[in-house]
Design a protein around this ligand. Structure first.
Ligand SMILES: Cc1ncc(COP(=O)(O)O)c(C=O)c1O
Length: 388
């Protein structure tokens, strides 16, 4: 009998730390979760209606592997209108089952064994496991709260070796809520050009930017050819369960991604694609949700500061990332005790890599009542545990 039938690379990986907390909280009566990574809004009605109508008309088949032409055209128009970059609907846009699939395809399309992929930390939980699954090696760069969790061009330069293939960018960022200024991104673009790298830019929170305008990385000088731009419908359109995203980039890379996609996924669900065409017409609904998140963001940041947790002011996404250094607890201890003593779910920063230790992630994609009640409970908890 073998010692294990599971492949080494899969055994190396710990299950997502976020799920552990949800599973406990779900069985706990009266628990409040600030752990969620998804909108608390239901998908806007006109989008749901478009979906229902498509089913009534009998659209239940596969689509082209690339995705519906009318959706690719609408995405092309939208990106051009918002950032001035033109992607050809034929060959430069691939519809995927969420940004998750698009990210996996991007890595598998470009990474050769042992190629290095630079990832800034704290980081979204999927990036490192996907790099490993693609046969690559992830190289971390820590970002710091004192520098608003920005990724600096010079730090990338320090990590570049002859094996470096790509840099992953995620701004607005999960878990910190950080954003980047255009000028800082331009400096990264210069390094990328000089060292002949590819950027995988996950801009799924782009529309959830509360201060300043988001910069689409591929709109920077020379970056269209070097960027695999990922986006989707989960966050801005409150469509997490529909599983729809897209990748845009140069024809050679998008075609390579499509080669993998056609064998493993065939196509994204037609119902979600039909609904997404309508979603792209729903700017006012998106604005309404963004303005509500912005109100809650202020409430959360003020509340955390008041109860004694110093909090970097997030400029995008729907997360706060306060420091818990003054408690003397590790982030995992903090999150576990808070859950068992006060029934509040937060995510330990360590889940997002070593640079996340000393912080917790609190989502404000929850109701005002839940924010206020959670803050009261956390305040009581801190009275017991604040040691500094
Ligand atoms: C940074 C980031 N990228 C991608 C995803 C997954 O997106 P999708 O639902 O489109 O697969 C998430 C979900 O939390 C995320 O935070």
């Amino acid at each position: 009998m073998r010692t294990s039938s599971i492949a080494d690379r899969v055994r190396q990986i710990r299950g997502s730390g976020i799920r552990e907390f949800f599973d406990i909280a779900q069985r706990m009566e009266g628990a409040i979760s600030l752990g969620v990574g998804e909108p608390d809004f239901v998908t806007p009605w006109s989008i749901r209606e478009a979906c229902i109508f498509s089913l009534e008309k009998g659209y239940t088949s596969y689509t082209s592997n690339w995705g519906l032409p009318e959706l690719r055209e609408a995405i092309s128009d939208k990106i051009y209108k918002e950032s001035g970059v033109y992607y050809e609907p034929e060959g430069e846009i691939l519809i995927t089952t969420g940004v998750s699939e698009a990210f996996d395809l991007a890595l598998r399309a470009i990474v050769n064994p042992d190629d290095e992929v630079i990832i800034h930390e704290p980081t979204y939980v999927s990036y490192k496991p996907c790099t490993l699954f693609a046969g690559g090696t992830s190289v971390s760069i820590d970002t710091e709260v004192g520098d608003e969790f920005k990724l600096r061009a010079e730090k990338i330069e320090e990590k570049i070796t002859e094996k470096t293939k790509a840099v992953v960018l995620n701004y607005p960022n999960n878990p910190t809520g950080a954003t980047m200024r255009k000028k800082d991104l331009e400096e990264i673009a210069d390094v990328v050009n000089e060292h002949d790298l590819i950027v995988i830019s996950d801009e799924v929170y782009g529309k959830l930017t509360y201060e300043g305008e988001p910069t689409c990385f591929s709109s920077l000088n020379g970056m269209k050819e070097r960027t695999i731009l990922l986006n989707g419908f989960s966050k801005a359109y409150a469509m997490t369960g529909w599983r729809l995203g897209y990748a845009t980039g140069n024809k050679e890379i998008i075609e390579a991604m499509m080669k993998i996609h056609q064998y493993i996924m065939l196509c994204a669900p037609i119902t979600a694609q039909m609904a997404a065409v309508e979603a792209l017409r729903c700017d006012d609904e998106v604005e309404r949700m963004v303005s509500e998140y912005n109100r809650r963001r202020r409430l959360m940041v003020e509340g955390l500061t008041e109860i004694g947790l110093s909090c970097f002011e997030p400029k995008g996404a729907f997360y706060t990332f306060p420091s818990i250094a003054n408690t003397g607890l590790t982030s995992e201890e903090f999150a576990k005790r808070l859950l068992f003593e006060e029934k509040v779910v937060v995510i330990p920063g360590s889940v997002f890599g070593d640079a996340g230790e000393g912080f917790i992630r609190c989502s404000y994609a929850v109701s005002q009542y839940e924010i206020e009640e959670a803050l009261d409970r956390m305040s009581r908890f801190l009275e017991k545990h604040c040691v500094v």
